[in-house]
Design a protein around this ligand. Structure first.
Ligand code: NAD
Ligand code: UDP
Length: 338
């Protein structure tokens, strides 16, 4: 039996993708060091979906441990989520980020090559577009980075491009996620950030559940329809479905493709707050605060390539996103430790 290996499979996006893969009948192995996740996430996944899942604890920088995984299991493809993702922390601990994200990916690819596994779906990010000059953003837009986290994603993209140039029998997709939000509609798995959330949606949800007094809206003087920042929020279950499509695409394609996973629609911070309140009938107190350094006004995807290449497009609405985020947060006010 061949398995799909998920590095970082216990994390927010990894656990939703594990669920989607199990539901589609794929045997799954998760390899995660639990540096930013809980073992509960995949326990809950196994309660939600019957299927074949093996959960392993280990670090992608540990070459010997990775070799053991490939030696003991037949693996057909890897979906590589494992990485650190906090922008602020990355500016304080750049070496840690480059080691974990960049060196970890190089080690993973070395072991994959050793075992002749050459299909890889990589979690990239819209952050590689830096401060994009025009929206919607197509995959051909220039890339740049403004912090070590973004730089690590950009470096990995360049490394993987060089790898395919040198060894054309690899098949790699660089999935550039826009802003993942929401949770499985069961309310059993979701995003469980450590400490104060950096991202908008978990912050709104924690305010709504009464854990934080109010949301600070970072800036209301951007050139957008209401002055607040605009992003392309995408439901994490749609994102998970995109990984399935990418794996199916790699069954018949070699080479490397960068593909945006977004909806193509931008919503402002106030759109998010108001929709969350209205759909869930819950108050979200907020105040206008200064702009957050490094933020851009508007960022949303041109999603056409995902449709033409993978046959994938986002299906969930903004109402689904806020409803599912709230179901998860209200049923699990303290995340997996609830
Ligand atoms: P997450 O932190 O919930 O999941 C990442 C998982 O990787 C965690 O379970 C963590 O314990 C694990 N991990 C980290 N370093 C590891 C290592 N060295 N070895 C083994 N496991 C390790 O994050 P997520 O939101 O699920 O993001 C998944 C991927 O998608 C990341 O690479 C992230 O950079 C990327 N991404 C996320 C977003 C987002 O907003 N959530 C946006 C764009 C891209
Ligand atoms: N944002 C905000 N208050 C918060 C967190 C985020 O106003 O507490 C805004 C932020 O300025 C941006 C949008 O919400 O316009 C999305 O921010 P997030 O950090 O979730 O995503 P990113 O900026 O990385 O795309």
């Amino acid at each position: 039996m061949t398995h799909i290996l998920l590095t970082g499979g216990a994390g927010y996006i990894g656990s939703h993708t594990a669920l989607a893969l199990l539901r589609a009948g794929y045997p799954v192995i998760s390899f995660d060091n639990y540096s930013n996740s809980s073992t509960s996430a995949l326990e809950r996944v196994t309660q939600l979906a019957a299927g074949n899942i093996t959960t392993l604890s280990g670090d992608i920088r540990d070459e010997a441990a990775l070799r053991e995984v490939f030696r003991q299991h037949k693996i057909s493809a890897v979906v590589h989520f494992a990485g650190l993702k906090a922008v602020g922390e990355s500016t304080e601990m750049p070496l840690h980020y480059y080691d974990n994200n960049v060196a970890g990916t190089v080690t993973l690819c070395r072991v994959m090559r050793e075992f002749n596994v050459k299909k890889l779906v990589f979690s990239s990010s819209a952050t590689v577009y830096g401060d994009a000059k025009t929206v919607p953003i197509a995959e051909s837009a220039p890339r740049s980075a403004t912090n070590p986290y973004g730089q690590s994603k950009l470096m990995i993209e360049l490394i993987l491009e060089d790898l395919v140039k040198a060894e054309p029998d690899w098949g790699i997709t660089l999935l550039r996620y826009f802003n993942p939000v929401g949770a499985d509609s069961s309310g059993q798995i979701g995003e469980d950030p450590n400490g104060i959330p950096n991202n908008l949606m978990p912050f709104i949800a924690q305010v709504a559940v009464g854990q934080r007094p109010k949301l600070s809206v970072f800036g209301d003087d951007y050139p957008t329809h209401d002055g607040t920042g605009v992003r392309d929020y995408i439901h994490v279950s749609d994102l998970a479905a995109g990984h399935l499509k990418a794996l199916q695409y790699l069954e018949t394609h070699q080479g490397i493709e960068a593909i945006n996973l977004g909806t193509g629609t931008g919503y402002s911070v106030l759109d998010m707050v108001k929709t969350f309140s209205a759909i869930n009938q819950v108050a979200v107190p907020y105040q206008i605060a200064p702009r957050r350094p490094g933020d851009i006004a508007s960022c949303y995807a041109k999603p056409d390539k995902a449709l033409s290449l993978l046959g994938w497009q986002a299906e969930k609405t903004l109402d689904d996103m806020v409803r599912d985020s709230w179901r998860w947060q209200s049923q699990n006010p303290n995340g997996y430790s609830s």
